[in-house]
Design a protein around this ligand. Sequence first.
Ligand SMILES: Cc1cc2nc3c(=O)[nH]c(=O)nc-3n(C[C@H](O)[C@H](O)[C@H](O)COP(=O)(O)OP(=O)(O)OC[C@H]3O[C@@H](n4cnc5c(N)ncnc54)[C@H](O)[C@@H]3O)c2cc1C
Length: 267
Amino acid sequence: MSFSSATVVDTLALSPRVRRVVLQIDDPEALAVKSGGDSAVGVYFSAPQGEGRNYSVRYHEGDRITLDVVLHARGLATTWARGARPGDRVGLDHARSWYRPEPSTHWQLLVADLSGLPATARIIEELPEGVPATAIVEVADQDDLDYLPRRESVTVIACVGTGNGMAPSRLAAAVRDFTVPAGRGYCWFAGEAAESRAVRKYLRGMGWAIDQMDVTGYWRFDSETWDAKYALVAEEVEAVWVDAMREGRGERAADEAFDEALERAGL
Ligand SMILES: Cc1cc2nc3c(=O)[nH]c(=O)nc-3n(C[C@H](O)[C@H](O)[C@H](O)COP(=O)(O)OP(=O)(O)OC[C@H]3O[C@@H](n4cnc5c(N)ncnc54)[C@H](O)[C@@H]3O)c2cc1C
C-alpha cells in the first residue's frame, strides 16, 4: 500500500469526452508514483475506505500528477471528473505500472481504446529514438486521434466509432489483421477486458511468450452484472492468482492463470 491524499489544483475539458484533472499529492514519497509509460494510480473518492478507480498518470512533475479521465455514460469516476473543482480532496493508492518491453524487443504493438489513450500517449512520447511501433487505437471520433503525439517511428491504425461502450470493440480483430513484422515483438494492451483476453489468447496461440506482452483489461462492459457474478466465485479465482505467485511463476503468468480461471467460471 502506498497511500496519500491529494488535492485537485486544476481541471480542463480537453474534449467533450475527456476531462483533465491535475492533482497535488500530499505525500509523494508514500505514494511512490511509478515511472513506466503506463504508470497508474487508484483514485479513491471518499478516502481512504471509499470506492476507487484506476487512472493513468499522463504527466508527473514533482508532487503533481495529471489524469485524463474519459467521461462515459455513468460511473463514480465519471461523475467525479465532470464535477471536479480546485480544492476537492481524493485518496491515491496502488501506484503501479506494467509496460516492460524486454531489451531484446525489435518492435512494439500498442493497442488501446479511449481508456488506454493517456497511457498510449505517454508510452509513445517516451519511446526511445528509432524504436518502431504500431499503435492500434479505438476511438469514438476522428478528433480523438489528435490526443496522440506524432512520432516518425510510430504508425497509427485507427478504429473510429467502435468499442468504448458504444458498439462492439474491433480491437482484437484489428490485432488479428495486423501483419506482424520480422523480429521479436512486444505487445502492450489497454482496453475492455473481454478484448484483452481475446488478444492475449491470440498472441499466445501464435507462439508468443508471456514475457512478450503486458495485456491489461482497463474496464469491463456492463461491469455491474459482471461484479455480481464475480462475487460468487471471487475466493476461488483469487486463490488461483495467489497460488501462481506462490509457485514463483511471476505476475504476468499469474494474471494469465487468473483470467483463465475467470473464463472457466463463465466470466
Ligand atoms: C491501470 C488502469 C489505468 C486506467 N487509466 C485510465 C485513464 O487514464 N483514463 C480513463 O478514462 N480510464 C482509465 N482506466 C479505466 C477506468 O478505470 C474505468 O473506465 C473505470 O471503470 C471508470 O470508472 P467509472 O466510475 O466512471 O465507471 P464504473 O462505475 O466503473 O462503470 C459504470 C458503467 O460504465 C461502464 N464503463 C466503465 N468504464 C468504461 C469505459 N472506459 N468506456 C465505456 N464504458 C465504461 C461500465 O461497464 C459500467 O456499466 C484505467 C484502468 C486501469 C485498470
